[in-house]
Design a binder for this molecule. Sequence first.
Ligand code: F6R
Length: 365
Amino acid sequence: NKANYLHFMAKEIHEQPEVVGHTLRRYVDMAAERIALPQRLPFDFNDIGRISITGCGSSSYAGHVAKYWFERLARVPVELDVASEFRYREAPLRKGDLAIFISQSGETADTLAALRYAKAQGLHTLSVVNAPTSTIARESETMLQTLAGPQIGVASTRAFTCQLMVLAALAVAAGKSRGELSDADETRLVQRLIEIPRLMATALATEPQIEKLARDMAKCRNVVYLGRGTSFPLALEGALKLKEISYVHAEGYAAGELKHGPIALIDETMPVIVIAPYDGVFEKTVSNMQEVAARGGNIILMTDAKGAREAIVDPLVTIVLPDMAATFTPMVYDIPMQLLAYHTAVVMGTNVDQPRNLAKSVTVE
Ligand code: F6R
């Protein structure tokens, strides 16, 4: 049931404050402002030397964001693979370490094969899945469910942000167990997580502005997305979403990589979407925007009020998102990415909920 929406994707985008809120309440004790995982973990984070995170597509990008969180908050090294590579590269794995698998459907063949491989190597396996009776959910030692509800549109939207919520809670739990975070740190981080659904709702209010932007986007052949830190995987996710449903070619890059090749693409026909909340790497991203501006590229800046004031360059469009603490920005900044892909696809007239050549769950390797 699409309610009053034109497409399931639109409905799923708009339901995010609600489903991310459900997911939050599964992993957080709201009154005590503490992380409260629904089950005891069968391992101690202090015994984990390294975490391997694996998934495909958007789920791998959620893992990529989580890598920053686990490393920063819990000081545990993380390695990240797309599932189709993990098994074949003969990585030296240590028995007793932790492998995390991320999948909305819980049936993705490559991710399942990677899970079986990790199990055979003696790793602890933990999956973050949306379908609790799926094969990946059943076969992993620990299953943490995302409460995104059924994802009917093929493109992952709310599944992605719910995955981020679970992974954020788990990263805080890891930091706490490893003694990297104090009780006060935990409270502060949990308060930030509790704010997320409200901030997502505020971000949805950018829709009219994005809808207008999408009309120009639909005229473009190529789009570049840039970000640093946790905004880097979000650039990858934004580009994937756009190409997947609107068939406009898009690439995401770490902002600092621009000058190592992709800058050759920049001219006055090229929109460059810059994801840059005012955080610890903002100034660096500004210098990358200057490189783009100097070559006539059209900057579309996704930032907050402070970032909009400090950006120096003159973007073609600035989308102002709510002020928030830096750590968990991807859950909020993903909303304009999703809306932009959606409205571009609507202008292009593509089959938004069922893009060509794609399947909801990919059960072949
Ligand atoms: C992108 C998308 C895909 C999936 C990928 C993994 O919008 O939906 O990239 O994220 O196929 O699927 P799951 O999460 O079901 O393993």
